[in-house]
Design a protein around this ligand. Structure first.
Ligand code: ADP
Ligand code: MG
Length: 636
């Protein structure tokens, strides 16, 4: 047990100031981006109209924030770095109606405890400004200085006296990514303020003041994304709301594309998150997340921001009101059908027109006739076209001519490799008779297909004691996942080089992911390089996904990687990614399968037996026992 440094036998000691401040700093100053946030918040509170941020070495070496706000006097400077010193609140009541970004009076004290801090400031009325330098809480200099009106705060050598924290800082590019994200958040919240970001002497963002937010969304994220957004504005029951939302079809793999601000402050709030989720319910797949930028303005009395040191969480006076206002505004917008046709939600595959279905049926009949000596009046009862791989495939393709977007050999290839790869075809398929007349009317024992496909989605088959209904996508996804998992242990997945690289618009923090997850991407057969500060070029892609949209897969992948906590093992991330790939590569509802494919899939059905739901929590198969059926039919 530690004893009191005073040596008077008392076990409890009051901690020295610097240590107290370092502890406090641990809450507020996590990384360079948190310093940027605090300094920019201060500039906003000082009424700045232009704010410039300069960083060097990912902010580890230098962070400098310059504003044209109302500045500080020499006395202010001295107080500003003291703990619990603030000009923003003075009484209890103030705390319940915060209208500034800061109020805790802790940021500068915390930052000065863990870095070398220099502040230069002048109030507009004074002819001369003042400078203050502090290092690890130690006053280094306080003197008059010539400077423009406003304030410049420089933070050098962050965590120079907290080696443990310094060690936890990530690659420069990662830290720059976090800083960019902070700038993006304030930039979106305050479009009427000009922002500039300089990284190692190069201006990376220059945003003149603007009357609207859309332009900033385009700048920070992508013009493509901004174009798809629908704007909605409302002011009801004390909640003013402006939202930009993407149509359901553009939903993303994670919820990180949901930005919420209240009174200019970026927050994360579960009531709002839930309202967004509800608004998109039924319009997207259950595991997708809408893209929403939401700006709320409420009376400061209605929201308590004194919940968390970083002020990222709030408490609402009336959370139901917030929930219902957000939900109804978003829901109505999404439902209004004001979306351009191409962007309207598609929750189910586009149904085939009856005329088209007829045509397909006719053509299928013709091609079957051409192949077999069937009597014209004798429609095939069982289309068991199982055969050597190539014949089976040729016929399969004939059976579904013109069905858009369906590659009937997709399952086959994913299971057994490229066409003609007869060796890897299971014995039951290889070498079975190709005589169509006998396959049409085979002996009773093998006559019936192992399973039939219903509604282009469900595979139904008989079991010893009943029937099972399997979701074809879920099963195929599982099969591919198992294969990927086996295959990846013996080296990178097979990749396909793109003739022309595909470009993906990303945020600069996502670019950093290329580096952080370099090994993972290589093992998946993905080759991608940064192209400027907001674009990634994809040069090679896993062959397995060649029918998938490269851009959307890549975007989902980056979204997913971005939310992986640093503590998660690489292995766990890999398996999640394989899962995602399997989902993309698997047949979907609406994909017509050949009998060969159905059989091939059914042979692997043990893979989902015992796991009754897929990774997204949906059931994968349904088992109806004969006894249950009998009971339903009152046979017992
Ligand atoms: P808080 O913002 O919570 O008040 P800080 O430690 O961030 O606490 O800042 C302490 C005080 O220093 C502020 O209340 C403000 O009076 C002053 N200050 C800090 N930055 C600036 C700035 N850029 N311009 C003018 N005053 C500032
Ligand atoms: Mg502050």
């Amino acid at each position: 047990m530690a004893s009191n440094p005073a040596g008077n036998g008392c076990r409890i000691g009051v901690l020295p100031d610097l240590l107290v401040n370092k502890i406090a700093a641990g809450e507020v100053v996590e990384r360079p981006a948190s310093v940027v946030k605090e300094l920019v918040d201060n500039a906003l509170d000082a009424g700045a109209t232009r704010i410039s941020v300069a960083i060097e070495d990912g902010g580890k070496q230098l962070i400098r924030v310059t504003d044209d706000g109302f500045g500080m006097t020499a006395e202010d400077l001295r107080l500003a770095v003291m703990p619990h010193a603030t000009s923003k609140i003075g009484s209890d009541e103030d705390l319940y109606a915060i209208s500034t970004m800061g109020f805790r009076g802790e940021a500068l004290a915390s930052i000065s405890a863990v870095s070398k801090l220099r502040i230069v400031s002048r109030v507009p009325e004074a002819v001369e400004g003042n400078e203050l330098r502090v290092a690890g809480k130690e006053l280094v200099a306080a003197q008059a200085a010539g400077c423009p009106a406003g304030t410049t705060i420089e933070v050098r050598d962050l965590f120079f006296n907290v080696p443990a924290r310094r060690k936890f800082l990530r690659a420069k590019s990662t830290e720059v990514g976090h800083i960019n994200e902070q700038i993006a958040r304030v930039g979106l919240a305050f479009p009427d303020i000009g922002f500039e970001l300089t990284n190692n002497g190069r201006v990376t963002h220059n945003l003149p003041p603007s009357a609207e937010r859309m332009g900033r969304i385009a700048k920070f994220y992508s013009p493509e994304l901004a174009e798809a957004l629908i704007r909605v504005e409302r002011d009801e029951r004390g909640v003013a709301l402006e939202a930009f939302l993407a149509p359901p079809a553009q939903s993303r793999a994670t919820a990180q594309w949901q930005y919420t601000f209240v009174n200019g402050r970026y927050i994360r709030d579960r009531y709002v998150q839930h309202a967004i989720k509800e608004a998109y319910r039924g319009l997207t797949e259950p595991n997708r997340h809408g893209v929403v930028f939401l700006f709320l303005t409420v009376d400061p009395h209605e929201v308590d921001v004194n919940v968390h040191p970083t002020k990222i969480e709030v408490r609402w006076a009336d959370s139901n009101l917030i929930h219902s206002q957000v939900l109804s505004a978003l829901r109505e917008t999404l439902r209004k059908g004001s979306l351009p046709a191409a962007l309207r939600p598609s929750t189910s595959p586009t149904p085939i027109e009856p005329a088209e279905q007829d045509r397909i049926r006719r053509e299928a009949a013709m091609s079957l006739k051409a192949l077999s000596p069937l009597r014209p009046s004798d429609p095939p009862k069982y289309q068991r076209l199982e055969s050597a791989a190539s014949t089976g495939r040729a016929m399969a393709e004939d059976r579904y001519p013109g069905k858009p977007g369906v590659d009937p050999t997709k399952v086959w290839k994913s299971l057994y490799g490229e066409p003609g790869n007869v060796e890897s075809t299971p014995a039951e398929h290889a070498g079975t008779t190709t005589d169509v007349s006998t396959t049409m009317f085979p002996p009773a024992t093998t006559a019936r297909p192992r399973a039939i496909q219903l509604h282009e989605l469900y595979l139904v088959t008989e079991t010893d004691d009943g029937i099972v209904i399997i979701d074809q996508h879920a099963l195929h996804e599982r099969v591919i996942y198992e294969q990927l998992r086996d295959r990846i242990t013996s080296g990178p997945l097979e990749a396909q080089r793109l003739l022309l690289p595909e470009t993906v618009n990303v945020t600069s923090s996502q670019i950093a992911l290329l580096e952080t997850h370099g090994d993972l991407l290589r093992s998946l057969g993905i080759e991608a390089t940064p192209l400027g500060s907001d674009t990634i070029a994809v040069h090679a892609f896993p062959s397995l996904l060649k029918d998938t949209d490269v851009v959307s897969f890549f975007r989902d992948l980056l979204d997913f990687l971005a939310i992986q906590p640093a503590t998660v093992e690489g292995e766990a991330v890999l398996h999640e990614v394989l899962d995602m790939m399997a989902c993309k590569a698997a047949v979907k509802a609406g994909d017509v399968l050949t009998d060969g494919e159905i059989d091939a899939l059914m042979r692997k059905r043990h893979l989902i037996e015992g796991s009754s739901s897929c990774p997204h929590g949906r059931p994968t198969m349904l088992h109806l026992t004969k006894r249950e059926l009998d009971r339903q039919f009152k046979r017992t």
